[in-house]
Design a protein around this ligand. Structure first.
Ligand code: SME
Length: 153
């Protein structure tokens, strides 16, 4: 998908989410709504979901796609890399990422975007997997970072 078309689609989803999320400030309802919208709007998305930090564990929250790992081994894999770096991680080929946790063998590339609370603490990540290699780029990073900023707005 072209960067320009991606950017426009993320912009439309952003406007849609903004119109929906005012119904509640509860972060998990907002995550679930963002998740459902995203998953059905991009055909290169295969698994779309959030992992939340709960008492030091990174556990699965709202998601769409095949059943996934409930808890991710600490400091291992792409989601923990996003938590620890507190910035977006894009992996073009997950099979080359040290410690990558394969919840599904069909995933070939991945993007992980940190979710920050109003104090600026990273409390979760949005994780998207694709069956395509190198599916995610700067346009996904910009679009998704903007979307997750709505969760605690
Ligand atoms: N691949 C992730 C684990 C979560 S699944 O992709 C749904 C990781 O390495 O952290």
């Amino acid at each position: 998908m072209k960067a320009e078309s991606k950017a426009k689609r993320y912009e439309r989803i952003y406007e849609q989410v903004k119109g929906l999320i005012d119904a509640t400030t509860y972060p998990i309802s907002r995550m679930a709504t963002i998740n459902a919208l995203l998953h059905h709007k991009f055909n290169y998305y295969y698994w779309t979901g959030f992992y939340e930090l709960v008492n030091g564990d990174l556990v699965v929250s709202a998601y769409q796609g095949p059943v996934a790992c409930l808890k991710l081994k600490k400091d291992t894999g792409v989601c923990w890399a996003g938590i620890n770096a507190q910035e977006t991680v894009i992996v073009e080929n997950v099979h080359e990422f040290p410690g990558h946790i394969a919840c599904s063998s069909a995933s070939n590339s991945e993007i992980v975007v940190p979710v920050k609370n109003p104090k600026g603490e990273t409390v979760a990540v949005l994780d998207v997997d694709s069956k395509e290699y190198a599916a995610f780029d700067e346009a996904d990073k910009v679009g998704l970072e903007k979307l997750v900023s709505l969760i605690y707005s």
